[in-house]
Design a protein around this ligand. Structure first.
Ligand code: RAM
Length: 336
């Protein structure tokens, strides 16, 4: 038995040395950069993945890997990160299902020499270096209220259909919606409730139907998630509420073209998710190859996106949202 243990120990040591050696002389092996998204089966994140592949092709030394749990949970992401640590990938960009719950495992990844950033939906400072956000949260949240107000003539009850209750990005935007609606110009409007569809099409649909039943005078729904806004648009049509209940949100033009062109959704906003995957991958490559440290004030070269500047607490902003309507939706639908 003792002999067997010694052999096993020796094998383990050889294994460790081999693995260690492999890491040091990776030589011309491509850098493994993972885009870890909230959940699979979401068209928004599939477009993000396209951006990762584009950046990898441009950089030449990168393999872009796309991963996510089957549903949008922190637990699912933690399991994947544990596996990625064991596999010794070089960098992970995470759209987080929880800003705090991932911190212990991402700290473990960083201690193992893996570069970790968050993008889209952030991890709190300490659990990553950079947090790449698509646009300033205040601007996104306020704009959502402005968009629904224009559609409802600044009147009536509006509700929010969000993603998961722990999503960093949606929660930040919703806080700003509550701020914006305090403005006297919205005095005839009321934000009655926030419900959660968990970025699952079926649950989002049921929640949208539930809102229309609970508030017979509902004048609008804001859904700041590409999954939610699509499901709610379908629910409005199925319930024969088109024209009575307005819908806006953050929608993927390729998925929403039909509802924008037929007037169910008068207008909505979003940024380019391809750019988000592209920028995340470029930032990770720059961190891994030590072109930048990711400190406040650092300028990072991001290929066709130009330079991005690292802000306070690592928060880095990509751009400003586009607004889509009947006139321009077809052009964007061809892109993302
Ligand atoms: C969904 C996700 C994602 C968010 C977009 C707007 O696809 O919740 O995190 O940024 O909507």
């Amino acid at each position: 038995m003792k002999k067997l243990l010694t052999v096993l120990l020796a094998l383990t040591l050889v294994g460790t040395m081999f693995a260690g050696g492999q890491q040091e002389d990776k030589g011309d092996q491509p850098l493994k950069i993972v885009l870890l998204v909230k959940s699979l089966g979401n068209g928004f994140f599939e477009a993000v993945a396209d951006g990762g592949v584009e950046a990898a092709a441009e950089l030449g030394n990168v393999e872009s890997i796309y991963m996510g749990p089957s549903s949008a949970t922190a637990e699912g992401q933690i399991d994947i990160i544990e596996t990625l640590i064991a596999q010794r990938v070089d960098g992970i960009a995470i759209s987080a299902n929880d800003r705090d719950a991932l911190i212990p495992v991402t700290k473990k990844a960083m201690a193992a020499g893996i570069q970790v950033i968050s993008f889209d939906s952030g991890i709190a400072a300490g659990g990553r270096t950079i947090d790449l956000i698509p646009s300033v949260s205040e601007l996104i949240g306020r704009q959502q209220v402005q968009l629904i107000a224009e559609l409802t003539d600044y009147k009536g009850q509006v509700a929010v259909l969000s993603a998961t209750s722990q999503a960093t990005n949606q929660n930040a935007w919703i806080e700003w919606m509550y701020e914006e609606i305090k403005d006297p110009k919205y005095k005839d409007m009321e934000l009655v409730e926030v419900v959660y569809g968990d970025d699952a099409a079926d649950k989002s649909y049921r929640e949208a139907v539930g809102l229309m039943q609970k508030y017979p005078n509902l004048s609008g729904i804001i859904s700041p998630t590409t999954v939610g806004v699509l499901a709610a648009s379908k629910a409005i049509e199925d319930e024969n509420m088109k024209g009575k209940v307005q819908i806006t949100g953050l929608g993927l033009p390729s998925e929403m073209q039909h509802y924008v062109e037929n007037g169910t959704c008068g207008q909505m906003a979003l940024w380019n998710p391809v750019d988000l995957g592209y920028t995340s991958t470029m930032i990770l490559e720059a961190l891994i190859t030590e072109k930048v440290a990711g400190n406040e004030g650092d300028m990072i070269k991001v290929g066709r996106m130009g330079d991005v500047k690292v802000g306070t607490d690592g928060v880095t902003v990509m751009g400003t949202p586009f607004v889509f309507n009947k006139e321009n939706i077809a052009t964007y639908a061809a892109m993302f």
